[in-house]
Design a protein around this ligand. Structure first.
Ligand code: 5RP
Length: 238
């Protein structure tokens, strides 16, 4: 039986594709995570799917494109993307989002920044109940870093007010750090609730630290969000 969360991911993804994928589009960005699975599935059902070239945001995304019979392209060949669909870990009232729960934030941001439209698809747990980031998503802001810089950056994040900051591990003491598709580490830094007006400032401070590759705060990038609600409906913002 499909769970409520799973059904809400599917409804949000299907509606986002149905509302936004115009026949004139050629290049589509495909994000990462468990909600975007349904975006690729929906695009794969279209009779005109062969007209689209899909740009991945990581290894999982590439597999999704191929397994749904879609044409795979690269960001190097196609830096002008018509539309990108991606998931989110939390969404605030200004449509700023936390991303990187799946450690793909760098390529996700690269593809989003090359896109004319950036659409977020998510289940009901991702909308912040207070309109601030860091409320439901308590794992912290994901930050991709160069491995050798982790001691320095952990110290600097604590000076910036992080109540907790740690290198993401593979789940057990033996597993060691998670390695991203770019060969980097991820730090998760918990700053508590971040008011929408402060997100950009925090992003810029972290991004400026030597050793940081990119930050999982996406500021002023999202055009529209599709949220699958608990009652089965899909709500939109933007
Ligand atoms: C991966 C991401 C994902 O898009 C984000 O974690 C949401 O994933 P899901 O759709 O599984 O909840 O940013 O780096």
């Amino acid at each position: 039986m499909t769970s409520l969360v799973e059904q809400s991911k599917k409804s949000a993804a299907y509606q986002a594709v149905d509302d936004n994928l115009k026949p004139s589009y050629k290049i589509i960005g495909i994000g990462s995570g468990s909600t975007v699975v349904y975006v690729a599935e929906r695009i794969g059902q279209l009779s005109n799917k062969s007209q689209f070239t899909c740009i991945p945001t990581g290894f999982q995304s590439k597999q999704l494109i191929l397994s749904n019979g879609l044409k795979l392209g690269s960001i190097e060949e196609f830096p002008n993307i018509d539309i990108t669909f991606d998931g989110a870990d939390e969404i605030d009232s200004d449509l700023n989002v936390i991303k990187g729960g799946g450690a793909c934030l760098m390529q996700e941001k690269l593809v989003a920044s090359c896109s004319k439209k950036f659409i977020i698809v998510a289940d009901f747990r991702k909308k912040s109940p207070t309109g601030q980031l860091g409320v439901n998503w308590r794992k912290g802001v994901p930050i991709e870093i160069i491995p050798a810089s982790y001691t320095k950056i952990l110290k600097e994040l604590k000076e910036f007010g992080a109540v907790k900051a740690e290198v993401r591990s593979g789940g057990s003491a033996k597993a060691g750090p998670v390695i991203t598709d770019n060969g980097m580490f991820i730090i998760d830094a918990d700053f508590g609730a971040i008011p929408p007006a402060e997100v950009s400032k925090l992003h810029n401070k972290i991004k400026f630290l030597t050793g940081v590759v990119d930050v999982g705060l996406f500021v002023n990038m999202v055009e529209k969000t599709y949220i699958g609600e608990e009652n089965g409906s899909v709500s939109t913002m933007g």
